[in-house]
Design a binder for this molecule. Structure first.
Ligand code: G6P
Length: 369
């Protein structure tokens, strides 16, 4: 097993470090050589088929659901198609309104999650087209869906999902650009910019991972607390949800993600002296609003770790500690933000002496309903 971990202490740590390669592999062959178009030849869709899609339902569980939330933001922005995202165990029992031209997108790392598979089967029974985004070629979800986009993350062993999430995001970004370029809801210049920026992400991720020693030190200090709060606005909030999930599932510390603007409607009551607050601040148009939320928690003496773009000197004045990530398009921020959050959870779990790769009560693939 030590050899399989390739010198890392845990599979999770190894998988976090595999992310630059996983992103590169997931992009590979899916953009033209001149970097001006996305090609998803595995779909083989015609322009007519794409034009008929009037709504998209994304259905998934756990971390895959969190990727779906970012996917909604990307698809709605680039392709202007309305998207709903729902956890599979809710979606399948509530008789959702599904028009004939609603595309169902199921996201599943394993391709075997019972509720996700059941939602897929319901959609197929209704006669709707189902696209699967999965990491396992030949999984049930991959076999039963009409179309499949494989995330080339490679085998993920640790129960807490890391590189699968990142590659699900990449697949969703590619899909959103693909829809947008076909529907011409985005200009050619923008397509080129998006593609170029996607291709720069692996290198930037490598840079992010170099802050591991700082993150370890912060995680050790945070791990003595029984709570942690993750705040963000817009897409940052979706990443906060995934950051909190990672944190709670392996450190067993209560972690809550909140849209920063909602704080004063409840969570602010829980903010006490020195409690760790992790504030994600990458969305430029929400910057001032986020800073004022940070001031609200600082006024209650929380200890705030800000995660922001490199070069943002303003943020340093409002928080106790900053972690900088290389700048990319605000839209791709989740890829930059998630690695520090994964490392924070990882080191908090190590500090607490937990079984990082096999957290109590949790399974890698949930095949029961
Ligand atoms: C379990 C795993 C999570 C995963 C979720 C959905 O809860 O522990 O890491 O996100 O199932 O799994 P899937 O394979 O469908 O993505």
């Amino acid at each position: 097993q030590a050899a399989e971990k390739g010198g890392y202490a845990h599979y999770m740590q190894k998988e976090i470090y595999e992310q630059p390669k996983a992103v590169r592999d997931t992009l590979s062959g899916r953009v033209t050589e001149d970097g001006t178009r996305v090609v998803l030849s595995e779909l083989g869709w015609t322009e007519d088929l794409i034009k008929q899609i009037d709504r998209i339902h994304i259905v998934a569980c756990g971390t895959s659901y969190h990727a779906g939330l970012v996917g909604k933001a990307a698809i709605e922005k680039l392709a202007r198609i309305p998207v709903d995202v729902e956890v599979a165990s809710e979606y399948r029992y509530r008789d959702p309104i599904v028009s004939r031209n609603t595309l169902i997108v199921v996201i599943s790392q394993s391709g075997e999650t019972a509720d996700t598979l059941a939602a897929l089967r319901n959609a197929k029974a209704l006669g709707n087209r189902v696209l699967a985004i999965t990491n396992v070629v030949g999984s049930s979800v991959a076999r039963e869906a009409d179309d499949v986009i494989i995330t080339w993350a490679g085998p993920e062993i640790s129960v807490a999902s890391t590189k699968a999430y990142t590659t699900q995001l990449v697949a969703l970004y590619l899909f959103a650009i693909y829809l947008g370029q076909t529907l011409q809801t985005i200009a050619q210049d923008a397509v080129t910019t998006y593609v170029r920026e996607l291709q720069a992400l692996p290198q930037k991720l490598d840079e992010v991972l170099q802050s591991a020693p700082q993150i370890e030190e912060i995680a050790r200090a945070f791990a003595v607390w029984d709570d942690a709060f993750f705040l963000g606005r817009g897409i940052d909030y979706y990443v906060a949800l995934e950051g909190a999930l990672k944190y709670k599932e392996i450190s067993y510390i209560h972690a809550e993600a909140y849209p920063a603007g909602e704080l004063k409607h409840g969570t602010l009551a829980l903010i006490v002296d020195h409690v760790p607050v992790i504030a994600l601040v990458t969305q430029d148009e929400l910057y001032e609003k986020s800073l004022s939320n940070i001031k609200e928690v600082k006024a209650r003496d929380a200890y705030v770790l800000g995660i922001a773009w490199a070069g943002d000197e303003e943020i340093a004045k409002s928080v106790d500690r900053v972690l900088y990530v290389p700048r990319t398009l605000p839209f791709f921020a989740p890829i930059m933000l998630i690695a520090p959050l994964q490392l924070l959870a990882y080191y908090a779990s190590v500090a607490r002496g937990n079984d990082v790769d096999k957290p109590r009560n949790l399974a890698k693939s949930v095949t029961v309903e």
